[in-house]
Design a protein around this ligand. Structure first.
Ligand SMILES: [Zn+2]
Length: 253
């Protein structure tokens, strides 16, 4: 190793955490300053990204050494925006947001993802403390962007979101929250309030041993373009309505 490498390692050693996760490990890098234009105002978030190794990649030096050969641009990495002191705050708002290339980036009206992303960031800032996890391997409920395009063609021909995924050989919802929860636990062990309509996210947190203080529903931006999509979420995917009383699923306050 040359001197330059040692300098790099020194710069990074307080910014890269190794989180053991079963037989693998998660490298969490951050905090990184992230000023964000939110509804015309600049808000100071801090940003972290993480990478899960299929095998333990060893210490920081080994990890850096392998980065340039890892071809990470071909894969998706997740990240989290943190606002305020989420470690100590009595109540913290958490959002697990599944990536939506079409909704979040292009502003597609076929779904409500773009609205949910901006709205949950604004809610976290209004509240004063929280974190938005942006989950990069969740495109199309975990089927990937190309498959989502195929599923959209089925949807344009009468299939709903659930049936389109099933017809293509996928399960309705393949999303896993395990890594995000491991990362959340490094920030906070106190109870969290989740911004979600999705009971599976609440169940995943409870299963992982996190305690939940409450749930903030997130509905809005209903239009002629996404009405059927939202109805399917409620009727077939068990999403909770704003009162949280859909089909007898548990309600948290
Ligand atoms: Zn979407």
């Amino acid at each position: 190793m040359n001197n330059y490498d040692e300098e790099v390692v020194l710069l990074l050693q307080d910014k890269v955490r190794l989180i053991p996760s079963g037989r693998t490990s998660i490298y969490l890098v951050g905090p990184i300053k992230m000023p964000i234009n939110l509804q015309g105002k600049v808000v100071d978030f801090t940003w972290y990204s993480w990478l899960k190794g299929e095998e333990t990649m060893g210490n920081i030096t080994c990890m850096i050494d392998r980065l340039s050969r890892a071809n990470l641009a071909e894969l998706q990495q997740s990240s989290v925006l943190v606002y305020g002191d989420i470690q100590h705050a009595e109540q913290s708002l958490i959002r697990f947001h599944s990536i939506c290339h079409t909704g979040d980036i292009f502003g597609s009206k076929r779904c409500d993802c773009g609205y949910q992303l901006k709205q949950s960031m604004a809610q976290i800032v209004d509240h004063g403390h929280g974190a938005l996890f942006y989950l990069a391997n969740h495109e199309g409920r975990g089927i990937g962007l190309f498959s989502k395009a195929i599923a959209y063609i089925l949807q344009e021909n009468g299939y709903d979101t659930v049936d389109a995924n099933l017809k293509l050989g996928f399960v309705d919802d393949a999303r896993d929250y395990g890594d995000a929860i491991e990362v959340l636990k490094t920030f906070r062990t106190k109870p969290v309030t989740l911004i979600t309509n999705n009971p599976r996210k609440l169940e995943a947190l409870l299963k992982a041993g996190m305690s939940i203080r409450g749930r903030v529903p997130l509905w809005g931006d209903v239009s002629e373009y996404n009405e059927k999509y939202l109805k399917t979420k409620m009727e077939r995917s068990g999403h909770l309505n704003s009162r949280g009383d859909h089909k007898g699923l548990f309600t948290l306050n």
